[in-house]
Design a protein around this ligand. Structure first.
Ligand code: GLN
Length: 480
């Protein structure tokens, strides 16, 4: 069977009888089996996916199928799916099965998506390499000695290696965009609040967003359109009407835009020189295509990583307090009394990175240090948000590399804990500001490792963002 790059290609073949949903599921199941060593899936729902495929094939024959008929999807292990295990790639949720289905997932199921399995990720979505997973790292198909990025590493590799047509991940500070960049696929973080977080395991609630990882912008648009919108179960979900993103992509594709790039991002000393050249090449191509591209100053780049880590660890220390050995999953067998049960269950159940962040978050929220860290970081977040919004008044889009490096070697970072946090330098700006951002593949380095370009725009301007991204994927591929 051929490799499909978008749902519309699948739909064509379903319509002309070249394939069926059952064939598609078999195809992906075979690929998953053949590429098991990549460790992208924690669990595969083979029988269930085949049964659902038969049901959708029937519906197609009767003309009653939903918009996602033929879409074989994987879910990052942070999204609740009733009756299925849910662990956030953590030992602490061993044995836990979800009691309900996340709103976003339910909306996909209602449109006849076929869910093929649960995907590996960093533990509690904390990481940028998938190496904090209790189930071992996922490997990058472009070079299996390298990381896939994270935290949605399994989800990005599943799309890269053709183990499903699209994945649903989550992005708190880059977890959809950075692995998409490392794996040469598309990753969208929508505006904060665009998609309900009901049924998404919380990391840092004022940042978390669900987002699609796909091989085409059209599929990202359709998945967003279906998942987005108000939800009675999440009062923070926006009530704004959801545009028909997937229908609007062509309308704007000939528009000429004002685009800014932050000079410090391209001059950043940590930036890989091949990535710099690729983004400069993209800027050149955008100019030749009739867009205006100007350099701008943004003096807050040095503050965004510390601000992000203070606020997200603070929120995480509170969100993760629910995992206490009583209510869910793992309980230590060594406990002698109530307090030791809490302590031992958490010490044995959480991995090192998660424990480190809980402690850091508890520290910045402690009475003596609250104002020095947490309150101050809230103020800095406000400034970063306002300054980013000011730039997005001046420009239709901001572009920058998604990551300062291409996929790095497995096990390459442990000596310097700060180095791995700096991997997030370009993705966390959009997360602090709450604005939408996408990573699109624009080339590869000399070793064949994919390079992603990130595009940011104003809150709720996803239609414009997706239309422009589509034209970028069609026109702006750089070869170095
Ligand atoms: N790498 C970032 C972190 O470790 C982003 C994680 C995420 O977006 N979930 O926090």
């Amino acid at each position: 069977m051929k490799r499909y790059n978008s749902l519309s290609e699948v739909h064509q073949d379903l319509a002309n009888g070249t394939t069926t949903c059952r064939d598609l599921v078999h195809y992906y199941l075979d690929n998953i089996e053949r590429k098991k060593h990549l460790n992208a899936y924690l669990e595969v729902y083979a029988a269930e996916a085949l049964a659902k495929a038969d049901e959708v094939d029937q519906k197609l024959a009767h003309g009653t199928a939903g918009r996602l008929a033929g879409m074989v999807l994987g879910l990052k292990d942070v999204l609740a799916y009733q009756g299925h295990s849910l662990q956030s790639s953590s030992k602490i949720l061993t044995g836990f099965k979800s009691l309900f289905t996340a709103t976003a997932v339910q909306r996909l199921l209602d449109e006849d998506a076929i869910i093929i399995g649960r995907q590996n990720c960093d533990e509690f979505a904390m990481g940028a390499s998938n190496e904090t997973s209790a189930f071992g790292p996922t490997l990058n198909e472009a070079d299996p000695t390298r990381v896939p990025g994270g935290s949605s590493g399994g989800s990005a590799v599943a799309v890269q290696a053709d183990l499903c047509l699209a994945s649903i991940g989550s992005d708190t500070g880059g977890s959809v965009r950075q692995p998409a960049a490392f794996c040469g696929v598309i990753g969208l973080k929508p505006t904060y609040s665009r998609i309900s977080r009901y049924g998404l395991i919380a990391y840092a609630s004022s940042f978390d967003q669900i987002g699609p990882i796909t091989r085409s912008v059209d599929d990202a648009a359709l998945l967003l359109e279906i998942m987005a919108g108000a939800d009675d179960y999440d009062s923070t979900a926006s009530r704004r009407e959801v545009p028909a993103y997937s229908q609007l992509l062509e309308n704007e594709s000939e528009q000429k835009y004002r685009i800014g790039y932050i000079s410090d991002t391209l001059e950043n000393e940590g930036l890989d020189s091949e990535i710099r050249e690729t983004i400069q090449g993209a800027i050149q191509n955008l100019r030749e295509d009739g867009h205006t591209v100007e350099s701008v100053d943004f003096h807050y780049l040095d503050y965004i990583v510390p601000t992000y880590y203070i606020l997200t660890t603070a929120e995480a220390s509170s969100n993760l307090s629910r995992f206490d050995g009583v209510k869910y999953g793992y309980r230590s067998g060594e406990a002698t009394d109530l307090l030791s049960m809490y302590k031992k269950s958490r010490a044995e159940g959480f991995g090192h990175e998660v424990q480190k962040r809980i402690m850091l978050g508890t520290f910045v929220l402690s009475a003596d240090y609250y104002d020095a860290y947490y309150t101050k970081a809230q103020k800095v977040r406000r400034i970063i948000k306002e300054k980013t919004e000011e730039l997005l008044e001046q420009f239709d889009f901001l572009i920058m590399p998604t990551s300062p490096t291409t996929a790095f070697p497995l096990g390459g970072n442990p000596t310097d804990p700060l180095a791995i946090y700096l991997a997030d330098i370009f993705t966390v700006q959009a997360s602090l500001a709450g604005v939408p951002a996408i990573s699109v593949p624009v080339g590869a380095d000399k070793q064949g490792l994919p390079i992603g370009m990130q595009i940011l725009t104003k809150s709720f301007a996803e239609t414009k963002l997706l239309a422009f991204s589509k034209s970028v994927t069609e026109k702006i591929i750089i070869t170095t």
